[in-house]
Write a protein that binds this ligand. Structure first.
Ligand SMILES: Cc1cc2nc3c(=O)[nH]c(=O)nc-3n(C[C@H](O)[C@H](O)[C@H](O)COP(=O)(O)OP(=O)(O)OC[C@H]3O[C@@H](n4cnc5c(N)ncnc54)[C@H](O)[C@@H]3O)c2cc1C
Length: 408
């Protein structure tokens, strides 16, 4: 009987385990996770869970009985540190091995730290449920939060902290929030959204000097010449994909991830998904690495398809969302800085979409409070249909007609 070992109990790993069973895999399934908690819905950690609007067990993806019912063995608080692909086994920290016929890796990433930042009990990062518990408690006691970095985690925590009535200061090195993910113009809109809601957003800035009292950080001298007192700091400057294990196993590393084919396979009987996977996307026709929840879960399901049915290209278009205050962002596809942006809708009213085109082919669509356009945009991306940018920009043109139009 085949035995699947899944390393990582996050979005990709958990989805792979359940999808394997759903697709009729009848061998052993073992999920080995370094996390202390059973798999949970990570996006809640900067939003509803952090604000105390939901609690455990609601954050967990499944209750314990479901793992038992599906015959999925969970080994928590267990870290895989190496192994041998030819001998089909992985080794665990503290001794012990796990033999596999098929290996799945969904290892996620580790928050980056800033080398110049003091280690202090009120300087935190956010990735795990445990981190979110610690941040939630600290936020309850804090009155002024300093966020280093205005990417998605920083921006979402800023919104949550404002909702909890906290003073929030963001220090971001780039000219606008979310610039790397969403570009300059949409970043400017986010700067306005946060400022309008009382966040002190300092862009193009960095902390020059940290001030401490005992073991705690109490303030920061910022490069704009100001000094700010704070009682809690969250460092949200992105993640380093967890590549130590893939490297130790000799898997192909490329573009900051593990290179996998269209069917998410990295080597014979080894599949990799989620934040660490550099996936050759069959529809977008290039390799992409995406750090988003639905993509990780989709990879898990895609891996299960490849394991049970043989090589199966995973063709779903990447999708993610971010909720900040009453503003809901959705993004489908995968655009790059060279793509041409075509705007549709009303930016002042925060109800608009932006299409990103390479030639006449849409690569990505970003929507703010505009879900219908986002969905139709996703269909246009999937079709790889040639589109006329003036039609996209014209709110009088019904996009569903473009979706229905014959391929060119
Ligand atoms: C606070 C927060 C909010 C987010 N919000 C959103 C959102 O709103 N929308 C969105 O699209 N995305 C969001 N994301 C991103 C999304 O959660 C990630 O892209 C997704 O979790 C990646 O899934 P994964 O399976 O690749 O990794 P993870 O979910 O990180 O899981 C990795 C697992 O591997 C384990 N592990 C790592 N190394 C080892 C090892 N050597 N041995 C054993 N186990 C190991 C880890 O403990 C962990 O359980 C958010 C992320 C965070 C942190």
């Amino acid at each position: 009987m085949a035995r699947a070992v899944i390393v990582g109990g996050g979005g990709a790993g958990d989805a792979a385990a359940f999808a394997l069973r759903k697709r009729g895999f009848d061998g052993d399934i073992v999920v080995v996770s370094a996390d202390q908690d059973r798999p949970y819905d990570r996006p809640y950690l900067s939003k509803e869970f952090l604000r105390g609007e939901i609690d455990v067990p609601k954050v967990f993806l499944h209750d314990e009985a479901e793992y038992a019912k599906e015959g999925i063995e969970l080994r928590l608080d267990a870290r895989v540190i190496g192994g041998s692909l030819s001998e089909r086994k992985v080794t665990l920290a503290g001794g012990g091995e796990a033999a596999f016929d098929v290996l799945v890796l969904g290892l996620g990433g580790t928050p980056r730290r800033l080398p110049e930042l003091p280690t202090a009990p009120n300087v935190l990062t956010l990735r795990s449920l445990r981190d979110s518990r610690v941040l939630r408690e600290a936020l309850g006691r804090a009155s002024r939060l300093l966020l280093i970095g205005a990417g998605f985690i920083g921006a979402e925590v800023a919104a949550s902290a404002r909702k909890l009535g906290k003073e929030v200061l963001i220090v971001e090195a780039l000219p606008v929030p979310l610039q790397r993910a969403l570009g300059r113009e949409v970043g400017e809109i986010y700067a306005r959204i946060h400022r309008d809601r009382g966040v002190d957003v300092r862009t193009g800035a960095k902390v020059d000097r940290w001030h401490t009292d005992g073991d705690r950080v109490t303030g920061a001298s910022i490069s704009d010449g100001t000094h700010e007192e704070v009682d809690l700091v969250l460092v949200a400057v992105g993640i380093e994909p967890n590549l130590e294990l893939p490297k130790a196993l000799g898997l192909p590393i490329e573009g900051g991830g593990v290179s996998v084919d269209e069917g998410l396979r990295a080597a014979e009987n080894v599949y990799v998904g989620g934040d660490i996977a550099l996936h050759r996307h069959p529809v977008l026709r290039r390799s992409i690495r995406v750090e988003h929840w639905e993509v990780a879960k989709g990879h898990g399901r895609g891996i299960a398809a490849s394991i049970t049915s043989g090589h199966t290209p995973y063709a779903k278009i990447p999708y993610f969302w971010s909720d900040q205050y009453d503003v809901s962002l959705e993004y489908r596809g995968h655009a790059s800085g060279d793509d041409v942006a075509v705007w549709r809708g009303d930016r002042e009213a925060l109800t608009f979409s932006v299409f990103y085109l390479r030639g006449s082919i849409i690569q990505g669509v970003l929507s703010m409070n505009d879900p219908k356009t986002n969905e139709l945009g996703g269909k246009l991306i999937e079709s790889r249909r040639s589109v006329d940018p003036t039609a996209l920009a014209n709110p009088g043109v019904d996009l569903s007609e473009l979706v229905g139009a014959g391929a060119t």
